[in-house]
Design a protein around this ligand. Structure first.
Ligand code: HEM
Length: 394
């Protein structure tokens, strides 16, 4: 049984996850009410098994949770075919690797602006926060600008998103629930307003494209459009912030790997980014529900039962990765499943990789003497696992 709220577990879940993998098959967790698939093979099978769906269970009472509920039920992530296929194909066009690569110069420019601001901060304060000053603003700015979210309102995005994603943890508090309900309503209203405005005055952004879209004669309805925009805005930065932060802290604590990175930041960027996601995953647990009787790793999963894929645990599976508990920024091949697998495989993977392979070498080149000021503090969450702040000097 995993205690996902225990601070020791959140600080370092890997020994407990290793014990779970030692069972060699999915294990029933009574407290969570679901099976846990901890090996790479089983977690991968969970994500690919078509008898296991992402079935969103509306929160009760529905009148209080109305907006939160449809923001999920009508999003790509929480729908299944045929609705999932229709929604996903509308968005995929904007995220194809060629289109994403064309955004690299913009990402370079944004990265340099952030690094300039950090330099000014360093000359005044002598230290900066790798999360708040770098890892967070970059993906937020990129996805906000892709969607056509006005710069002046960017500060609204992170608090709304954070309030909503807290509901993905095991036991959110009453205050967390109130915050999530309020954030869902405000966020949805805001995106709705923006969408109406873009229908009248089309721009060159993704909200305009989606608002005007007509695929196979079938438009997105208003809820689907708003839910898709909110999902992209949230998914477009939450995991990237934590993935970059987790990987940088692991590297700054490992002098040998840090030296390798400093010696060849551009050459190593691609393998380093994938190793960041394998070694200390930003997203740990994704649930599925059986829509018919099925089987994972020799264990029967009955219709209606839940099973979760543990992605961070899969990344440490010794049967797939040599020296799985060691950070190796040159690791190649690296078949981690940090971006998922199967029909819900991350749409934003090319974008996340492009952002991180741009920002990582730029950071290391500008500040080759980067070091931790103190041991950084974790956020008290496991499903989305990352650091509150990471103070560094350079
Ligand atoms: C390091 C960064 C990222 C990681 C580790 C990550 C990881 C994931 C994972 C594991 C899933 C699958 C969830 C499941 O199977 O239940 C997923 C889905 C998704 N991700 Fe990402 N993601 C990242 C960045 C992004 C970015 C930048 C976007 C940008 C828009 C994005 C958009 C999405 C969307 C829309 C889905 C839903 C796909 C579907 O249901 O078909 N992600 N992501």
């Amino acid at each position: 049984m995993l205690n996902m709220q225990d601070s020791g577990f959140i600080e370092n879940p890997y020994p407990a996850l290793k014990e779970l993998r030692a069972f060699g098959q999915p294990v029933w967790d009574e407290q969570l009410g679901m099976f846990l698939a901890a090996t790479h093979k089983d977690a991968n099978s969970v994500l690919r098994n078509r008898a296991l769906g992402r079935i969103f269970k509306p929160k009760e009472p529905q009148s209080t949770w109305e907006t939160f509920n449809w923001l999920h039920a009508d999003s790509i992530l929480d729908s299944e075919p045929p609705k999932h296929t229709r929604l996903r194909s509308l968005v995929m066009k904007a995220f194809n690797p060629k289109k994403i690569e064309s955004l690299r110069p913009d990402v370079e420019r944004l990265t340099n602006q952030l690094l300039d601001a950090i330099e000014r901060k360093l000359s005044n304060q002598g230290e900066f926060d790798l999360i708040a000053d770098f890892a967070e603003p970059l993906p937020v700015k990129v996805i906000a600008s892709m969607l056509g979210f006005p710069d002046s309102d960017e500060h609204l995005l992170r608090p709304w998103s954070q309030a909503i994603v807290k509901m993905y943890e095991v036991s959110p508090s009453e205050q967390d629930k109130k915050d999530a309900i309020k954030a869902s309503e405000e966020f949805a209203d805001y995106v709705h307003g923006l969408m109406l405005e873009r229908k009248k005055n089309p721009g060159t952004d993704l909200i305009t494209d989606l608002a005007l879209v007509e695929e196979d004669g079938e438009r997105l309805n208003a809820h689907e459009l708003i839910a898709t925009c909110v999902l992209l805005l949230n998914a477009g930065h939450e995991a990237s912030v934590n993935g970059f932060g987790n990987g940088m802290v692991a590297t700054l604590k490992n002098q040998q790997q840090l030296a390798l990175l400093k010696a060849n930041p551009r050459g190593l960027a691609a393998t380093a980014v994938d190793e960041f996601l394998r070694f200390d995953a930003p997203l740990h647990l994704f649930e599925r529900t059986a829509t018919e009787d099925t089987e994972i790793g020799g264990v029967s999963i009955a219709t209606g039962q839940k099973i979760a894929a543990l992605l961070g645990s899969a990344g440490r599976d010794e049967t797939v990765f040599e020296r799985a508990d060691e950070l190796d920024l040159t690791r190649d091949p690296n078949p981690h499943i940090g971006f998922g697998a199967g029909i819900h495989f991350c749409i934003g993977a090319p974008l996340a990789r492009m952002e991180m392979t741009t920002s990582l070498p730029a950071l290391v080149e500008r500040f080759p003497n980067l070091e931790l000021v103190s041991n950084p503090k974790r956020r008290p969450t496991f499903v989305l696992r990352g650091y509150e702040s990471v103070m560094v000097r350079a």
